[in-house]
Design a protein around this ligand. Sequence first.
Ligand SMILES: C[S@@+](CC[C@H](N)C(=O)[O-])C[C@H]1O[C@@H](n2cnc3c(N)ncnc32)[C@H](O)[C@@H]1O
Length: 190
Amino acid sequence: MADFLLFSVLLVMAIAVFICVILSIIGIYFMISSCFMSYPPPVPSSGLLKEKALQDICDYLQNKKGLTIMDLGSGWGTMLLPLAKRFPQHRFIGIEHAFFPYMVSKLRARKLPNLHFERGDIFKTDITGADVIYCFLMQKLMNDLTPYLKQNMHSGARLYSCRFYCPDWKPAAAVSLGSKYDTYYLYIKD
Ligand SMILES: C[S@@+](CC[C@H](N)C(=O)[O-])C[C@H]1O[C@@H](n2cnc3c(N)ncnc32)[C@H](O)[C@@H]1O
C-alpha cells in the first residue's frame, strides 16, 4: 500500500515536472521567436540620433494640445514612454506585432493613461488620426510602407523616420549627425 502511494506521488510529481518543462519550452520559444524572428528585430531607438529626434519631437509637441502621436513598430515602448510622461495632454499609441515586446511595453505603460500599445500590423493600422508618426524600421519596410503613409496621413501630419528615408517623397528636413545612417528624416504631408 505504502509502495503504491509513493509510486502515485512520484508519478504525479513527474507529470507536473513534465508539464512545467513543456510550458517553459513553449514560453522560451515564444519569447525568442517574437524577439529574433520579427523583422526588423525589436532593437530600440538609441544613441545620439534618438536623443536628437526625441528632442525635436518634444519641441514640436510643446505648447500644443490634444495631439495623437503614433510609433509604428513600437518595440519595447522605448520611444513613447518618455514622451507620454512628459506630455500628459497628448495621446500616444504604439503598434507592435511581436508578442513579447508588445506585452513588455504594455506593462511599462500601465501607469500612463495617455499611452496605449496595440498588437497589430502597421500596414493595417488606421493612421488617419495621427498628427505625428515615428518610425524606426528598415529601408525595405519604409519602401513598402511609404505609399500607405502618403495615402493615409492627414494633411499637415508629420512623419519622423529614424535612419530610413521614404522613396519618392521629399523630406521637409533631413537631420544628420554625420553619416547617412545617422540621419532622421522629417516628412510633412501636403
Ligand atoms: C527597430 S524596432 C523599433 C522599436 C521602437 N520604435 C523604437 O524606436 O525603440 C522595429 C519594430 O517594428 C516591429 N515591426 C516590424 N514590422 C511590423 C509590422 N508590420 N507591424 C507591426 N510591427 C512591426 C518589429 O517587431 C520591431 O519591434
